[in-house]
Design a protein around this ligand. Structure first.
Ligand code: FDA
Ligand code: COI
Ligand code: MN
Length: 494
């Protein structure tokens, strides 16, 4: 037991001095081994490269890996994993670094596998409405490729993330209310496991629309945040590109806006996007994206379908919003206006940060059952006022999911503590209302305790058993999501 305690203490120290850590975990011969395998230009120990790969778009301070390798195909990923497994080196998969929960921060050093340099391949089955992509393909690249086919992949987190990274974080975004999240849209995955073996979660080369064959291994990897395997290929559902129209509507209060959303959903209107912005978010977007909306709570809506279908949806929506004191729908009349509207929504993060130049944004991500949305938003607004926070709220309210963007000075400890407390309180509100601490951004570095609170001891112990079964040496993205401690590894091996 004494030995175990000593090991744990040392590992904590390594963690806290990550940023200034000079001594690398790697010996030169490992670097040479990677160079022989991948070619010199695909292995980097340059500080700027390591820094870039140890940081995502979250406010977490980055943590550099010891080396960044750029495998070109699945076999090379597998060979890298075999080396890491043999030498017990941490492996951190890197997609495009747009994550918002510190997922790529190499908190225990190790080998970053930059998958953006993998050979690009998109294999489309038009008649089956699916496509298989390699890990370097981003969602915009896929949609550009598909453009002339009349098909698209609709899951839209705003950022041009890699599709396999979106699988890894279980991403969603503005269109989930109609198309679901990554969870509902992945058919099969190719995954390199910790020891380098290659798994096809739904069987090699298979792409059925449904399956009841054994455990759902595909979904096990959705939201696994690099901690269970390295996703090298994903087979995804495609849809036909519909006709679309967008509009906006302002409300005197948040409650009126949210009541409208609830009713629109209850009337079963097949809305494709229904996004909420509070008055601070409207103000920020007006300034940043040169819009002129009244500074009041708003919803942005998008309708898909034929002219007649859209008309019948709009009839219901107009009736609902007028009963909730909403303004008349203001339509985006041209393609440019349509793009400008959604671009402004997707740039909400940058708009919010511009309210306080030089600030960072703490981003919350709770989701609650729709019936509790008005209640949690009211409580959240009260907290924001009480704590005097500079905060914008945006939300995929059709899914009961919203984000507070709280601007702060990361060097101001007092401010940081206040914001962390606000963020935890909000997550606990959500859980107590039957919701979750993360609708789409993941657990990453900051929400492990909240995950425990959410799934309970038994849930946690099942998650840890899965982690131990697939990654017995805790090499895959250690320090994130579901952590098995050194003591548990030592005990389980003795
Ligand atoms: C402005 C803006 C707006 C948004 C968002 C970001 C930004 C910058 N996001 C978050 C982000 O786009 C989302 O988390 C992506 O899924 C991350 O994909 P990357 O390829 O960038 O993964 P990134 O490289 O950031 O990695 C994220 C995590 O996944 C792991 N990972 C990456 N690729 C992997 C692979 N091939 N195999 C195994 N593990 C892998 C990493 O190890 C890490 O833990 C978001 N998200 C969302 O859901 N809804 C939204 O609305 C938004 N909006
Ligand atoms: C920075 C976040 C607010 C990004 C996001 O999830 C969104 O814009 O919906
Ligand atoms: Mn979002």
């Amino acid at each position: 037991m004494a030995l175990i305690l000593r090991i744990c203490k040392r590992s904590t120290k390594t963690l806290t001095c990550q940023r200034s850590r000079q001594v690398r975990l790697l010996s030169n011969d490992v670097v040479t081994q990677f160079q022989n395998l991948l070619g010199e230009s695909n292995v980097s120990i340059a500080e700027t490269t390591r820094q870039h790969h140890g940081q995502d778009e979250s406010p977490f301070p980055g943590a550099m890996p010891d080396v960044v390798v750029s495998p070109k195909n699945t076999e090379q990923v597998s060979s890298v994993a075999k080396i890491c497994y043999e030498r017990k080196l941490p492996m951190i998969p890197y997609g495009t670094g747009t994550g918002l929960e510190g997922g790529v921060c190499a908190v225990k050093g190790g080998v970053c596998l930059d998958l953006s340099q993998m050979e690009e391949s998109i294999d489309v089955n038009m008649s089956d409405l699916d496509a298989t992509v390699t890990a370097s393909i981003t969602r915009i690249a896929l949609n550009n490729y598909l453009h002339d086919t009349g098909l698209w992949f609709p899951i839209d987190p705003g950022a041009d993330a890699s599709l396999c990274g979106m699988v890894a974080t279980s991403a969603s975004g503005t269109t989930a209310v109609r198309y679901g999240t990554m969870r509902e849209n992945v058919i099969n995955l190719e995954v390199v496991l910790a020891d380098g073996s290659i798994l096809h979660t739904a069987g090699k080369g298979l792409h059925p629309r449904k399956t009841a064959a054994g455990y759902n291994l595909t979904n096990l990897f959705v939201g696994s945040e690099g901690t269970l395997g390295i996703i090298t290929k994903a087979t995804l559902r495609l849809y036909s590109i519909p006709e679309k129209m967008s509009a906006t509507c302002s409300f005197p209060s948040t409650e009126d806006a949210i009541n409208s959303v609830e009713q629109i959903l209850l009337y079963n209107v097949p809305i494709v996007r229904i996004e909420f912005l509070d008055e601070s978010a409207v103000d920020a977007c007006n300034k940043y994206s040169h819009l002129d909306h009244p500074v009041q709570p708003m919803i942005f809506l998008e309708f898909y379908g034929s002219k007649a279908e859209i008309e019948s949806q709009v009839d219901i929506v107009e009736e609902v919003i007028s009963s909730q004191n909403g303004t008349e729908l203001k339509w985006a009349k041209t393609t440019e206006e349509h793009s400008k509207l959604w671009k402004a929504r997707h740039n909400a993060l940058y708009a919010a940060k511009a309210l306080r130049p030089g600030s960072k944004a703490k981003i919350t991500d709770v989701a609650v059952p729709i019936s509790k949305l008005a209640e949690i938003l009211t409580k959240t607004k009260e907290e924001i006022k009480k704590e005097d926070l500079l905060c914008c709220i945006v939300g995929h309210v059709g899914d009961g999911n919203f984000h507070c963007l709280v601007m702060h000075d990361p060097s101001n400890q007092q401010e940081l503590e206040k914001i962390e407390a606000f963020s935890s309180k909000l997550a606990i509100f959500a859980q107590d209302l039957g919701g979750t601490c993360t609708g789409e951004h993941g657990i990453g570095l900051g929400k492990m305790k909240l995950l425990e609170r959410e799934v309970g001891n038994t849930g946690m112990s099942v998650m840890k058993s899965i982690k131990k079964a697939l990654d017995p040496h805790n090499l895959l993205n250690p320090g994130h999501t579901v952590e098995i401690k050194l003591s548990e590894i030592v005990l389980s091996q003795s």
